[in-house]
Design a protein around this ligand. Structure first.
Ligand code: FAD
Ligand code: NAD
Length: 466
């Protein structure tokens, strides 16, 4: 039987970051992954391939709609769908190669196979050729999540698909219905709408990306609608059917009025569920909550003190960087170090164009909880940088405590919002005031100036720049 200090199950952002930190701290480390490549959902079928396609389709869309105004004439703009997908696959490979390199550089032992607990102390790793028993002082479960579905909708991976299958299509679909206007829904809608697929989003809630500040979803809805996406809010899907060459979706509005729509593909994006299948948790004392997530305490410890869990499998925000933070946190906790994750200061980003990014409290939360706040909001249309690049959609909004000026929330929809939000995270993490934020110098012209103006407005001063 092989022995390790720390054995990590799953090689997504939670797992691989935990393994690297573990090796850096001198622990004999093992990482187990059942798939051939490392990187989990994020690297293989999540964050990375979607961003590669979002970038490619953004260029394609600009070539069609913006180049002319920039004075660039193109005669024949043609979509090479296979090349677009080939490039996406190459981007993924470069990332998985990078992970292979990091594993060897840090002398982390890698086992390919499914890890299953035999008891609280031992796991069995099984692959096509062998079964090995391993014991570790500590285990970190980072087994991630899988797409969920809803009653009446069976994902057959042929016509009724998830984001995973959408990332390996062989031809551009002519039409697609997306169930769910959350993060996956709007990112996928952007990819396909930009290349000419007729996209319909059916969303149950009153807003797109409904967990974020509602003004962001409202603005995004207008932008996507202008670009041609058919968005049906307040509609719930209750059945889908594969007809062979297409798929039908049956849905109803809030008054119960029923409708049907047909498309080449139906993409189900109604959330993701914890992935615990095959882990053998029934052989341990690890407990699950009523939604199937692994229960952990404030140290990410399960009911078994030497079995920890991180990332999507424990719930909370299903984000790569949240999983990474937890991976590092657990290893450093095992190492006796003390720090803390501020979950409210983990940013959320949606990679549509413009991008949407958020950190801290939403207006809805503050209002509901009777917490007073000032709003500072500045439109991208008033930014010189945004005008230069023709990216004038969106706004930067900051929510500030009226008494002490503490920054309570930062919400941006606009060009490069994904990068801008880092500044909002710093403001909140270090509890600097809105005045501190507007008194620092912002390079001109930059998109970041929209935040400076928002801080000025929230502090009772007028905007001073363009
Ligand atoms: P995962 O990445 O899911 O990795 C878990 C790994 O564990 C898998 O490789 C699995 O094979 C392995 N495993 C499971 N059970 C076993 C076992 N018994 N033995 C061995 N191996 C096992 N997040 C962002 O922050 N930004 C984004 O832009 C973003 N885009 C996304 C786009 C899409 C389409 C999707 C689906 C998700 C996206 N996410 C994004 C979410 C992000 O991918 C997840 O939050 C993140 O991957 C979670 O990391 P994890 O380590 O918890 O699990
Ligand atoms: P989500 O929770 O963001 O959205 C699911 C949506 O489906 C919700 O808006 C919900 O109201 C809707 N819905 C549920 N049942 C419905 C029904 N019967 N009819 C119509 N609509 C219905 O989940 P997702 O978009 O599947 O994404 C899963 C996870 O992946 C998210 O937690 C997200 O954090 C993560 N992710 C992150 C990124 C990113 O960070 N950029 C990108 C993609 C995915």
């Amino acid at each position: 039987m092989e022995y390790y200090d720390i054995a990590v199950i799953g090689s997504g952002p939670g797992g691989y970051v935990a393994a690297i930190r573990s090796a850096q701290l001198g622990y004999k480390t093992l990482i187990i992954e059942k798939y051939d490549t490392l990187g989990g959902t994020c690297t293989n079928v999540g964050c990375i391939p979607t961003k590669a396609l979002l970038d490619s389709t953004h260029h394609y869309s600009d070539a069609h709609h913006q180049f002319k105004e920039h004075g660039i004439k193109l005669e024949h703009i043609e979509l090479d769908f296979s090349q677009m997908y080939k490039r996406k696959a190459e981007v993924v490979s470069k990332n998985t190669d990078g992970l292979n390199f990091l594993m060897s550089k840090n002398k982390i032992t890698r086992l390919k196979g499914t890890a299953s607990f035999v008891n609280n102390m031992t796991i069995r790793v099984t692959n096509d050729t062998e079964t090995i028993e391993v014991t570790a002082q500590n285990y970190i479960i980072a087994s991630g999540s899988k797409p969920s579905t809803i009653p009446g909708v069976t994902i057959d991976k042929q016509r009724i698909i998830t984001s995973t299958e959408a990332l390996s299509l062989e031809q551009k679909p002519e039409s697609m219905v997306i169930i769910g206007g959350g993060v996956i829904g709007v990112e996928m809608a952007s990819i396909f709408n930009r290349i000419g697929t007729k996209v319909t989003i059916l969303e149950y809630a009153d807003y797109l990306i409904a967990t974020m500040d509602h003004e962001l979803g409202k603005n995004l809805q207008k932008i996507l609608k202008k670009e041609g996406v058919d968005i049906r809010l307040n509609h719930s899907v209750y059945k889908t059917q594969n007809t062979g060459s297409s798929a039908q979706v049956f849905f109803k509005d809030k008054n119960g009025a029923e409708e049907t729509v047909e498309a080449d593909y139906v993409l189900v994006a109604v959330g993701r569920s914890p992935y615990v299948k095959g882990l053998g948790l029934e052989n341990t004392d690890v407990q699950l909550d009523d939604r199937g997530f692994i229960k952990v305490n404030e140290n990410n410890q399960t009911a078994v003190s030497n079995i920890y869990a991180v990332g999507d499998v424990i719930g909370g925000a299903m984000l790569a960087h949240k999983a990474e933070e937890e991976g590092v946190f657990v290893v450093e906790t095992i190492n006796g170090q003390k720090h803390h994750i501020h979950y409210n200061r983990i940013p959320s980003v949606v990679y549509t164009w413009p991008e949407v990014a958020s950190v801290g409290y939403t207006e809805e939360y503050l209002t509901k909880n009777n917490i007073p706040f000032n709003v500072g909001k500045f439109p991208f249309s008033a930014s010189a940088r945004a005008r230069a690049s023709m990216d004038t959609d969106g706004f930067a909004k900051v929510l500030v405590d009226p008494r002490y000026g503490e920054v309570l929330g930062v919400h941006v929809i606009g060009a490069r919002a994904a990068d801008l939000i880092a500044q909002g995270v710093i403001a909140q993490e270090y509890e600097v005031t809105a005045e501190d934020m507007f008194r620092i110098s912002y390079a001109h012209p930059t998109y970041s100036e929209t935040l400076k103006e928002a801080y000025l407005i929230a502090s009772g001063q007028g905007a001073i720049n363009i």
